[in-house]
Design a protein around this ligand. Sequence first.
Ligand SMILES: [Zn+2]
Length: 298
Amino acid sequence: MKKLDYINRQLKIYQEKSFPLYQIDESLFFDKLFKKLEELPPPKSGTYESKTYMSIEHTIILMKRFLDQYACSLLPYFLTLLEEKRIIWEAKKNLNQAGFHQDRPFIRITPHYTLYDFIRLVHEFFHLTNQQFKKGETRDVLSEFLSIYFEKQAFHFLEQLNYDLEELSYFRRRRYTDTRYSIDDYHFEKTIFKVFLKEKEITIKNSPYKISVIYQYLYSHTFSPFKKMVYILGDVFSEYVDEKKINPMEVLKLNEEINNKTFFQALEELGICIDFSVIEEIFQIYLKNYRQIHHFVH
Ligand SMILES: [Zn+2]
């Protein structure tokens, strides 16, 4: 029954037409954008040994300096979290999360003692800040965008501090690799999902075996196609906004005001125009950075 509950929950999300993910899924613009993104070359898989040892104390110093420079209004909140020991470095599980436990915020990170600890701290911290305010449907879609956008700013910050470019590229490459694989998975899972919807309508009585196979498939994939879509959009749009040199303060402002806006209004404020003519530009910007990052892979 657990499986059935899961699937029904997914279906409910899908079918609530007011939900922006549904609107995105049905939109021709996003359909064309996702198809275009399939043209990205497959990521190279080189290995790299991190050279820089980062203690937790050093990671926290970097974080304070980063917030001071990029989002100083959020620095007091970070200091409170620190003081109340709500940033938990947990060596046992490989787990990074931000959330609330009994209404009290927390961030949990498994330290690797590399620069990537700082990047993950930035990502999770921004999830926490945008979950602080009342949750809304636009926030559900753009929460990943906000975290990934500030994660990219964190890389710019490290470049300014003259950290090794090859090392930074190695860590940056993870996001591009995830996105590239997600694009393929998204289409595959979406097709399965559509088949499922159809099958559910017409063959639930005639072919229980087939249905159970589809249930099994969807249940074993903790990331539904919609969840993948949120990451892909978060990465591609944050790359675009970054390239357009939009002031991080503007993005921070959106973080605070997002509940009063629809998803499409929020995109408009970020200078993202939902027009077919922009698809090629979005793609070219992403491709350029994707190639640049892969330049270091041997
Ligand atoms: Zn995230």
